[in-house]
Design a protein around this ligand. Structure first.
Ligand SMILES: Nc1ncnc2c1ncn2[C@@H]1O[C@H](COP(=O)(O)OP(=O)(O)OP(=O)(O)O)[C@@H](O)[C@H]1O
Length: 531
């Protein structure tokens, strides 16, 4: 009888938080299990979707405690009503009129249901206490830990102690002990994590580990992109709830290589205005995310234009952009990672025979994006998709300052890409497997490009060897030919020219000059998404 009630949706007498009610636990309603109850004297029925509203449940004696995370406490029509607004934790205590046996049956059914959703049970949580306004540890204690505890998730927590620590941890973590890894940070720790995983000898298995991002940094572009795509707010609690629910999303990973030097990217590669703002605004970190707006204004008022050119193989539908490149000038690039077999080296790619197009500078900036949001308040690439195997390129040529200021104001909803000053395209092409790319030959050709003593090249490939390519040949400032720019990958400087801010502070991974090759591996990584 009790079992039938639990699984078949029959109604049973209960007290809900002390109020007499009739309740139904239905696990069969259109594949969307739910808990409904009608309190005596109430006009409306209440309901909880186990998948979308419930964190966890425990039975004890005659009671079943259901821990929920819901938008409001008002009645919502079943089944599986969509919650809206800010979610809060609620606890509902169901005291079963039929006693302990009924409570145990409900408890078992609820746990069985929640288990069937494939939610993570053991998480490794990385916290960057230095990121953003340096509040990540407090946010963890106040907002994240209580939600994970309510969901019964076993947590191993580690604070990052220095730059590069997340990468080190990811490169040696015993992944068999966890169902997922969570970054409580900005995008920087996420990128380090992906890089650390891909440098492991077991990278092929390791990169399947789902990664969660909780916004606690300055930029938070990945968290915003994931939450916005599901019409959720970019809040800590919504991000944590998404991780608890355990839905997954494939994510493209770009490999950027210069000879033996390799870095992996999940967000963006930028050169010119955006890179300058990202890197040079570091000195205003205390402002929080306002530093980007403030410093963008400074840079627009003192606008820099960079000589250079871009070459690309357009995705279907974007073939009309730029000028055709003669077949004889098409770059041929070689990639040979076979000598280094112990970590991920990026997919093989070939671009021979592609219909290359080109755009010549000077440029205010050139950006290539993997996800729509570059930061919480900047929708840089509105058409970008998480795992389409394409990169979205935004090219900004010379533009009056007043128009640039207007564009800045339109960054928040992505409408800036409609400006006549902005060229927005997807770059891509399809190629067969097993290709050989002659990097040396390409380097030679790069020297023939206008303005380019230097050349940076991006090649984008998918797992199924859909190949997309974009070549950037960054040159010197128009206003100061002795001064170069910055090539920024996911917020880190990978190459910088002479005379740039912060020059000589660090060893940079790549030289501002020789070719860099970028490939996209379609859907290589996995992230938690809201639904
Ligand atoms: N304890 C620490 N001390 C100093 N730096 C750290 C520490 N832990 C992590 N980092 C570094 O902080 C950098 C920024 O991290 P994160 O992205 O989480 O924050 P953020 O505020 O969004 O930063 P950014 O604005 O650079 O994106 C990362 O490159 C990371 O390596």
């Amino acid at each position: 009888m009790e079992d039938r009630q639990a699984t078949g949706g029959a109604t049973t007498k209960v007290r809900v938080n002390g109020t007499p009610a009739e309740a139904t636990l239905s696990t069969t309603t259109g594949g969307c299990p739910e808990l409904r109850w009608h309190c005596a004297g109430a006009t409306a029925e209440r309901s909880l979707s186990l998948e979308a509203d419930v964190l966890g449940a425990v039975a004890s004696g005659k009671e079943v405690v259901v821990r929920a995370f819901v938008a409001d406490d008002a009645a919502r029509p079943p089944p599986c009503a969509k919650a809206g607004g800010k979610r809060r934790r609620r606890e509902y205590v169901f005291e079963m009129a039929d006693g302990e046996g009924a409570a145990a049956a409900w408890g078992g059914t609820l746990r069985g249901c929640l288990d069937s959703f494939g939610r993570p049970k053991r998480l490794f949580v990385l916290i960057n206490p230095y990121g953003g306004k340096r509040r990540a540890s407090k946010i963890y204690e106040a907002e994240i830990k209580p939600l994970l505890e309510a969901a019964g998730v076993e947590v191993t927590m580690q604070e990052t102690r220095y730059r590069g620590h997340a990468r080190e941890v990811a490169s040696s973590l015993d992944l068999a002990r966890y169902d997922g890894i969570v970054c409580v940070s900005g995008d920087g720790v996420l990128v380090e994590l992906v890089n650390g995983i891909l440098q492991r000898s077991d990278w092929e298995e390791a990169i399947k580990m789902p990664i969660g991002v909780v916004p606690a940094g300055t930029g938070n572009g990945m968290a915003k992109s994931l939450l916005h795509a599901a019409s959720e707010t970019c809040s800590v609690s919504d991000a944590v709830f998404a991780i608890i629910r355990g839905h997954k999303q494939a994510l493209d990973v770009c490999t950027i290589a210069q000879g033996e030097k390799i870095v992996f990217s999940v967000l963006s590669t930028t050169w010119g205005l955006v890179a300058d703002v990202d890197i040079e605004s570091e000195k205003y970190r205390w402002m929080g995310s306002a530093r980007f707006d403030f410093y963008a204004l400074v840079r627009i008022m003192n606008l820099r234009r960079y000589r250079g050119s871009v070459h690309f193989v357009p995705a279907p539908g974007y073939e009309a952009y730029g000028d055709p490149v003669k077949q004889s000038e098409t770059p041929i690039v070689e990639q040979n990672g076979e000598s280094r077999v112990c970590s991920y080296q990026g997919p093989r790619a070939e671009f021979q025979g592609s219909d290359w197009r080109s755009i010549d500078g000077p440029f205010v900036g050139v950006c290539v994006y993997n996800v729509p949001w570059a930061a919480e308040n900047a929708m840089a690439a509105p058409e970008a998709k998480f795992s389409d195997g394409y990169m979205d390129a935004v090219i900004l040529k010379d533009c009056p300052k007043a128009d640039l200021l207007a564009l800045l104001l339109k960054m928040s909803d992505g409408s800036y890409v409609k400006s006549p000053h902005v060229t927005y395209l997807k770059v891509g092409h399809f190629f067969p497997v097993n290709l050989i790319i002659n990097l040396q030959q390409f380097k030679h050709r790069a020297n023939l490009l206008p303005y380019s003593g230097s050349s940076v090249e991006f090649f984008l490939t998918s797992l199924t060897l859909q190949v997309k390519s974009f070549r950037l040949s960054p040159g010197q400032l128009v206003e100061d030919p002795k001064r170069g720019g910055i090539v920024d990958v996911d917020g880190e400087v990978v190459a910088r020219g002479e005379g740039t801010y912060g020059m000589n502070q660090d060893q940079y991974l790549m030289a501002y000059g020789p070719s860099v090759q970028l490939t996209v591996h379609q859907g290589l990584a996995t992230v938690y998404r809201p639904k």
